[in-house]
Design a protein around this ligand. Structure first.
Ligand code: 1PR
Length: 528
């Protein structure tokens, strides 16, 4: 019996699914006394430290948690659930009480590297702990965070991880364990960790060791563009430069849940679902996407992103739903990140016009509650060629190696909304910078000119956008062979690369991409 401390933010569904898959039963904490009655507690936390501590205080969970932890009862804190064990965080301005069971604080990354630190990274094991039993030393785990713990006592350090600098990525003191990474999102390795916590009788670490690991991997992401076809079936489709119809019919490349499971088994580091006609409908009515997430998260233990139609909405009865309501429903259904497309363009336009943060936009509201790392901006740009930079003074113009139809050697990248249907007077660099300012944690950088062409990523676009922001960028559109992935990682600072068509059509398996990258000395997560 596992007691789950769910304080209402983030995706606990994956933790529940993992425990149930391992044969555990779950009791969710609904009142303070449930904490003292627990045999083993798992506390998954995602989002904002301040709001987490506030909720723990409001629900009167602080004192029973301290009592439980001081008695050295088994506890597994994940991400914020681990940070809560310490004395306070730079993310908390409220002055609320933290647990303070372990000495030390939580600080924001101070680095030139991208923040949030997102992706699969290794751990340097410092103790021989039963929690890591049967976990291979070169295993990678999924991280997504902007803050990390700084313990005062080195004796509690279970692992460290190398980013720009080495930081403490998990702790153990007696039966109290905490990881900055998400075991429930770390594939088989993470599931083993949870299994050890659930089933090992004696959890305590016996002796110090020092096993080193490698650094952050470049991520390979499989993307599923989902929509209803003319027969009313929800299908994975794929366009050529966003045109998903062939001889009048919507292309049907498979079923979303089945394809996602296949990509998980084939080693995808993340899976993204884009509801490409979501802008037309109200997603909370579009229950099939919620169903897709719920079913996928039962078997897929890597991060899931969902996009399409995330915005404020007023229904026919005049009832208003915020983008935060929509996102919350997706997080509850198994999503780890949401991606915002059209709405981000309108928000950025407003922000650039007024220079003011309203605090009410979907980006600000969702990042405030669920953390920056949970908000991805999906950008759908296309090239606009000009003869000289003066022709597009307002925009970020580049000199291109791929001249336009009239031999123009300059271009800028124009943002579009509604799946490329409407072009706006905003460029991709301005959009990305504005969204970062407003709280977005990652950019999914598509390119309409390249989409479905198999001709390689638009490296010029990726460089200009990634060099303008300090959050991670996912390169998307145009992958046609394994060499295109090497090209994007060798010639741009992109943190991840996403592809659709070549995976759906089984032209290049994910593992072949990873093997090829590994041979080129590009760090990848190996799942074999
Ligand atoms: O605007 O917030 O409702 O979100 C809609 C979302 O749907 C956006 O993220 C937008 O990118 C996406 N979308 C809308 N229409 C299409 C379409 O294809 N007609 N798909 C669409 C975007 C681009 C990528 C694709 C890569 C890789 N698809 O997701 O998977 O280009 O493809 P490739 O490897 O085959 O080249 P909102």
């Amino acid at each position: 019996m596992i007691t789950l401390l769910d304080y209402g933010a983030g995706n606990v569904r994956s933790v529940v699914n993992a425990i149930e898959k391992l044969g555990g039963t779950i009791k969710v904490v609904t009142q303070p006394s449930d904490i003292l009655d627990a045999q083993k507690i798992i506390f998954p936390g995602v989002g904002n430290y301040e709001s987490m501590i506030q909720i723990l205080n409001e629900k009167n969970y602080i004192n029973p948690l301290r009592e439980y932890l001081n008695a050295d009862q088994p506890f597994f804190g994940i991400c914020l659930g681990m940070q809560a064990l310490f004395e306070g965080s730079e993310e908390d301005f409220s002055g609320n009480q933290s647990l303070g069971i372990l000495k030390g604080r939580v600080n924001r990354f101070k680095t030139k590297f991208a923040v949030p630190h997102i992706g699969w990274n290794g751990v340097n094991l410092k103790k021989d702990s039963p929690v890591f039993k049967n976990v291979k030393p070169d295993t990678k785990f999924y991280f997504v965070h902007s803050y990390h713990i700084v313990p005062d006592e080195s004796s509690v350090v279970l692992t460290t991880t190398n980013y720009d600098y080495e930081f403490v990525s998990s702790v153990q003191k007696g039966n109290i364990i905490g990881t900055q990474f998400h075991p429930e999102k770390s594939g088989n390795a993470g599931i083993k960790l949870l299994k050890n916590f659930i089933y090992q009788k004696d959890l305590t670490a016996k002796k110090p060791i020092d096993i080193k690991s490698k650094g952050l991997s470049k991520r390979i992401i499989a993307c599923l563009d989902v929509r209803t076809n003319d027969q009313g079936d929800l299908v994975v489709t794929k366009g050529d430069q966003y045109d998903v119809r062939e001889k009048g019919d919507v292309r049907n490349l498979g079923k979303p849940v089945e394809l996602a499971k296949r990509y998980y088994e084939e080693g995808a580091d993340e899976i993204t679902f884009l509801n490409i006609t979501g802008f037309r409908d109200f997603p909370l009515k579009d229950m099939p996407m919620i169903d897709v997430l719920e079913k996928t998260s039962q078997n897929v233990f890597v991060p899931l992103t969902i996009g399409g139609g995330i915005r404020d909405y007023t229904d026919s009865n005049g009832k208003t739903y915020t983008a935060l309501d929509v996102a919350s429903q997706y997080f509850r259904s198994g999503a780890d990140k949401i991606s915002i497309g059209s709405d981000a363009v309108y928000i950025a336009e407003d922000y650039l016009k007024t220079g003011k943060k309203s605090g009410k936009s979907s980006i600000e509201q969702i990042s405030k509650v669920y953390g920056n790392q949970a908000v991805v901006i999906s950008v759908d740009p296309k090239r606009v060629y000009v003869n000289s930079p003066d022709e597009a003074e307002k925009h970020h113009v580049i000199q291109t190696q791929f001249p336009g139809p009239d031999n123009e050697v300059y271009c800028w990248y124009q943002c579009t909304v509604q799946g490329g249907r409407i072009a706006r007077d905003l460029d991709a660099v301005a959009l990305a910078c504005a969204c970062e300012d407003l709280g977005a944690g990652e950019i999914l950088l598509n390119c309409i000119d390249k989409d479905g062409t198999n001709s390689g990523f638009d490296l010029e676009l990726i460089n200009i956008v990634r060099n303008a922001v300090s959050i991670p960028v996912i390169a998307s559109s145009g992958a046609g062979c394994e060499d295109h992935f090497a090209e994007v990682f060798e010639n741009t600072p992109a943190e991840a690369a996403l592809a659709a068509g070549i995976f759906h059509r089984r032209e290049v398996p994910i593992q072949r991409v990873k093997n090829y990258l590994a041979k080129r000395n590009i760090e990848v997560r190996n799942t074999i």
